[in-house]
Design a protein around this ligand. Structure first.
Ligand code: F6P
Length: 552
């Protein structure tokens, strides 16, 4: 039986506490140590939680809520490899992907840590071969471009991390990421590539995903057509060419073989790794090629550092636990609907996109793990853009709109590119914006301050910033592979904590199935089959008819 969190005493206490709004300005005035007291360290990350709408009493009750919903026990069960993904009857063991070699964790009679390291070594050998030019295309040329074809967790993780770790990426190999079944994606990507020097990684946990298999077939056709047109291969050399230019990453190696990729050129992982938790498995092969085995190991160390922190830090200083509980506080007691992710680091420009799958595919659930319906809100909408682009787009609403939007600001002390504009260090200017935004959100600008600037009375209200808007600021020295691993694991565990309190299964994703089924069922109607069109509902029929009229 799942625990209904609303039946706990902590939930009742928090409901009461929410009736007395926290005033950030007053809280800082009353306690000069507030910033220090609420600043935590986890690995290389420093997180300042002091600008959240919290008091010690609220934190005490949030921790009580975690106790009463057995978050710690659930965490232990996850780390041990119990089948906590109940609707798919699977273990949830992304934490095993980053345990050091030599550790032991037995699942179904196998030491999964050994299995993880065996597979990692295969990935690293391959990555080194590509990076050193030992792996050659069918015409003997070295690989200059890698195209990762995958979607969801088989795309977002490696793509986000590739962008984030640009300063560590090899100059000899460029990675590209194709995910959308919109033919423009593969067409635009291959348009600039030379088939003789291109290697395709087909990444799919299930190896059944329509988008990925369609794109993989399109890529194969492009590759073989291009090689034939260049006179590099003859009609009977297709398999040789595919073997030199296609590798796969999957848990379904039989399906890889059926697709025509040599299983010797395939890297495996396990059903206990959720797609959105898989960037640190073989799904990260493109990233391993780009940054190399050493850096990839550092990336894994970052994850493991955060896993250890989550497992062992005292509740009061446990960053993922507290950040997850804060999200529960905002969603369930202060009526927040969304959460903004605002990295002040251009290289994290796909971080919010990555987190959208991690958080929303995980916690977008309305029944608990035992099937009972929730009577409280669960997963909030995560969204965001890197600063300062977001400032000139949607910050208006965060500052002066009517909704409460908790924000996570993320910044690195050291820039990847130290540029100066005359006397001005541009990174300092950038970070001044990072500091200014959380300050403006927390402390606002009063009517008196606006008037003092000589503002006409009629427009004073429009220029007031109410303040008291919550935010967390996360900093690290620089965006290294290790720090990126820590950041990703931090959000994995925040997501876990929220799901644990809510009693939901954060590891299944049944909500994506219906659309997939309907797309397959509607394909004949879209192709003009009158009977299929007649069989569908009136609204969809109307839309498809409109499309058929517009299609040239
Ligand atoms: O969107 C559903 C989903 O199953 C995701 O969870 C997953 O990351 C994505 O599709 C891709 O799946 P696969 O790696 O099996 O191709």
């Amino acid at each position: 039986m799942s625990i209904d969190p609303t039946t706990t005493s902590a939930w009742s206490e928090l409901t009461q506490l929410a009736k007395t709004p926290v005033n950030l300005a007053a809280a800082f005035a009353a306690d000069e140590n507030r910033a220090a007291r609420y600043t935590l360290r986890a690995g290389d990350l420093v997180a300042d939680l002091s600008k959240n709408l919290i008091t010690d009493e609220i934190i005490t009750q949030l921790l009580a809520l975690a106790d009463q919903t057995q978050v710690a026990e659930y965490r232990e069960r996850m780390y041990r490899g119990e089948r906590i993904n109940v609707t798919e009857d699977r273990s949830v063991l992304h934490t095993a992907l980053r345990r050091p070699a030599g550790d032991e964790l037995e699942v179904d009679g196998e030491n999964v840590v050994d299995a993880v390291h065996r597979e990692l070594e295969k990935v690293f050998t391959f990555a080194t071969q590509v990076r050193t030019g030992q792996w050659r295309g069918v015409s003997g040329k070295r690989i200059t471009d890698v195209v990762n074809i995958g979607i969801g967790g088989s795309d977002l993780g490696p793509m986000m991390a590739y962008e984030a770790l640009k300063p560590y990426v090899s100059e000899d190999v460029t990675c590209h990421f194709v995910s959308n079944i919109d033919p423009s994606d593969i067409a635009d990507t291959t348009a600039h590539l030379d088939a003789e020097t291109t290697l395709v990684i087909v990444a799919s946990k299930t190896f059944t995903t329509l988008e990925t298999l369609t794109n993989a077939r399109l890529a194969r056709t492009w590759l073989l057509d291009s090689l034939r047109a260049a006179g590099v291969i003859t009609a009977d050399e297709d398999n040789t060419a595919v073997a030199r230019h296609f590798v796969a990453v999957s848990t379904a190696l039989d399906k890889v073989a059926a697709f025509g990729i040599d299983p010797n050129n395939a890297f495996g992982f396990w059903d206990w790794v959720g797609g959105r938790y898989s960037v640190d498995s073989a799904i990260g092969t493109a990233l391993a090629v780009a940054i190399g085995p050493e850096r990839f190991r550092e990336f894994l160390t970052g994850f493991h550092t955060m896993d250890q922190h989550f497992a062992t830090a005292e509740p009061k200083s446990n960053l993922p636990l507290l950040m997850g509980l804060l999200n529960v506080w905002y969603v369930n007691f202060l009526d927040a609907h969304t959460h903004a992710i605002l990295p002040y680091d251009q290289h994290l420009h796909r971080f919010a996109a990555y987190l959208q799958q991690l958080t929303m595919e995980s916690n977008g659930k309305r029944v608990r793990a035992d099937g009972s319906e929730v009577n409280y809100h669960t997963g909030e909408v995560f969204w965001g853009e890197p600063g300062t682009n977001g400032q000139h787009a949607f910050y208006q609403l965060i500052h002066q709109g009517s909704r409460l939007i908790p924000c996570d600001f993320i910044a690195m002390a050291n820039p990847a590119h130290a540029l100066r504009d005359g006397d001005q260090d541009v990174h300092e200017l950038f970070l001044a914006n990072f500091f200014a935004q959380s300050k403006a959100l927390a402390f606002g600008k009063s009517a008196e301050q606006v008037r003092a600037e000589g503002t006409a009375e009629a427009i004073v209200p429009a220029r007031v910033f109410p303040g008291n808007k919550p935010s967390t600021s996360i900093m690290a020295a620089r965006l290294s592979p290790k720090v990126l691993g820590e950041l990703i694991a931090l959000y994995e565990h925040i997501t876990f904590v929220q799901g644990a309190v809510w009693g939901i299964d954060s590891f299944d994703q049944w909500g994506v199935e219906l659309g997939k089924q309907l797309a397959s069922a509607l394909a004949p109607a879209v192709a003009g089959d009158r009977e299929a069109l007649k069989a569908t509902d009136a609204s969809t029929r109307n839309l498809i008819n409109t499309y058929l009229q517009l299609r040239e």
